[in-house]
Design a protein around this ligand. Sequence first.
Ligand code: MGD
Ligand code: MGD
Ligand code: SF4
Ligand code: MO
Length: 687
Amino acid sequence: MTFPTPPNSQIQVLGACPHDCPDTCALVTTVQDGIAVKLQGNPDHRHTAGVLCTKVSRYIERNDHAERLVQPLKRSGPKGSGRFEPVSWEAALDDIAARLIVLKRNNPEGIVPYSYAGTMGLVQGESMDRRFFHKLGASLLDRTICSTAGGEALSLTLGGKVGMRVEFFAEAKLILIWGSNSIASNLHFWRHAQAARRAGARLVCIDPRKTETADKCDEHVALLPGTDAALALALMHELIVHDWLDADYIERHTVGWAALRERALQWPPARAAAVCGVPEAQIVALARAYGTTRPAAIRLNYGMQRVRGGGNAARAIACLPALVGAWRERAGGLLLSSSGLYPIDRAALQRPDLLAGRSPRTINMSAIGDALTDTAHPIQALVVYNSNPVAVAPDSGKVVAGFAREDLFTVVLEQFQTDTADYADYLLPATTQLEHWDIHTSYGHTDVLLNRPAVAPRGQARSNTWVFRELARRMGFDEPCFSDDDETLCRSAFAPDVVDFGELEAQGFATLKLPDAPYADGNFPTPSGRCEFYSERLAATGQDGLPDHVPNYEPAGSSTDFPLAMISPPARNFLNSSFVNVRSLRAIEGEPLLEIHEADAAARGIADGATVRIYNQRGEHRCRAEISRRARPGVVHGLGIWWRKLGMDGTNVNQLTSQRLTDIGRGPTFYDCLVEVEAVSDPVAAP
Ligand SMILES: Nc1nc2c(c(=O)[nH]1)N[C@H]1C(S)=C(S)[C@@H](COP(=O)(O)OP(=O)(O)OC[C@H]3O[C@@H](n4cnc5c(=O)[nH]c(N)nc54)[C@H](O)[C@@H]3O)O[C@H]1N2
Ligand SMILES: Nc1nc2c(c(=O)[nH]1)N[C@H]1C(S)=C(S)[C@@H](COP(=O)(O)OP(=O)(O)OC[C@H]3O[C@@H](n4cnc5c(=O)[nH]c(N)nc54)[C@H](O)[C@@H]3O)O[C@H]1N2
Ligand code: SF4
Ligand SMILES: [Mo]
């Protein structure tokens, strides 16, 4: 790659934020003499509006970080020691390919890719890598760690990851912000919510934690974790008994109303109030507002589906707009994710035909601890990229035991020496978004963005696609698709009549042509074309065809040994475990904290700032306690996701979370987790 920047020149390069965030901002990087000197939000992109979050405003600091990985490394100490010696790319790739060739011959499914959304780019995230593993016949990865419970629930109910357009929230008169700390995780939506509020809308936040978003809403419903379906059913109950229903919309555009009606009538507000741990009057008032205000919009987010019944809860909530006919207006309805609106040519990018009729086993990434410690069907080689599983996957005790296996061959492609990188046999330096090509969709808006490289890769860093291309060549994979360069891959993501690549190149983004109120007249992309209250497809799998409240595996108050429910939502200044190593952002977050209500702290003799031991049957984690008005009694918050090695005892909150899966979508249950907390004098666990 050459960067033809004449001396003393200043250029601006258009790009896209790569992070796992619904906002997918358009970036403008100012490059002076080949060095990135400024990074800003693109003012011409209406969703970005020239504004970036605090994290990505520091992206250059992250890019130029002294600890960036700049050369290939080979393990020189015991597994997990994090000790490496430099090695050439040639030597590293030759040795990795040689080992994979042996496995390909004997047990290709012993090879497992592990990747998630370190970059959301279609090229660096799901193109050449997929081709490579398909051709190899490696195990498939079920990428469930974030959104499959809610995503599949939405697909069952509405027909896809589809919903309102984010910009129309500005015109709503009532907005329910449900399971989302929007100010932290969806800043550009929050702008629209504020605009709506200035025009007289009422904002309600539904979240166990009194977040910065809850602080700014008109009302906060602080329900117990994993009780959202009970709340939604009680809202339906009230809509029914007060006849705040749109009978015409229900009749023409839904399936299963009689059965859902019967189900909802079993949920009077008093019953839900007891389950949710909120006042009955608050539920009644919320139902009245939802039943009588138009347009009413719901911004649902993934925070509410990380519990056993997360799928059922998302289904119950997704039924609400059809009941009141909210979809009739463009400012009414619901948005969880817009990602299903993009007609991505995944077959062209990922080439599933390279599987050649094989159907390898599938490993669920949310249970990687069990998969790595399963001796009956061993994983022999793991290739990790765009993810930091040792920090982010649940039940870290098992995950760490798996990664520590001496007989496991682990390759990690990373920008930094993360907790996962510490366990690598080969640690390969990856490029950042400033250094590679990519093309992006969004799950919060409906534009496509192009990311061009702005600067040369640091040191010997190489893109994911380059690594998989080089490995493919060494493995003798000679299909022409293994030589596609990144720009070609970008061009193959969409058919030319869907996205005009020239427009992308010229302005950095292109807008999908979509109707304003897509479901005003039904036309849901479900098999029936209707909003499916009752799902035949779900019933066919032996599950309840109607949404119901499915209690947590570990409901609050159900155990005397572990009386506190722990949730571990994202910290505002990190992005999952990314940015934890950026000093200026870590300075804002301070250190790993457990937020606890003063009554729960007093009952345990825990003072503000005390060192505490959080524990349950799966493990223990030490950090500092903060007596916080953000916590309700009975619920504690371990804000995440810290690097284990930066915690006081070398662990993080995932030492406590479980590998049990959600009702729908096989997702993780991070927020379905009971613990006990005690004050301790020693920050480090006794040996
Ligand atoms: N700053 C920042 N932004 C991020 C991220 C980040 O780490 N930091 N993560 C990104 C990722 S990966 C994703 S998936 C998206 C969406 O990410 P989400 O995980 O949805 O993130 P939040 O918007 O913070 O919403 C989670 C909220 O749900 C609440 N919650 C927890 N349990 C329950 C429950 O049972 N019911 C209800 N109603 N609420 C509950 C939490 O208290 C929290 O406030 O955001 C992305 N944006
Ligand atoms: N307790 C608890 N655990 C959680 C959650 C929670 O709320 N609570 N949230 C869950 C959710 S929603 C999610 S999405 C997952 C997120 O989990 P991950 O997808 O693993 O996200 P990150 O922790 O940000 O790690 C991404 C890594 O990819 C690297 N990376 C970025 N770009 C590139 C690239 O171009 N090439 C390569 N090779 N590497 C790159 C980054 O340096 C970073 O270390 O965590 C989950 N874990
Ligand atoms: S993390 Fe989200 S808000 Fe921040 S720049 Fe990226 S897309 Fe925008
Ligand atoms: Mo996520």
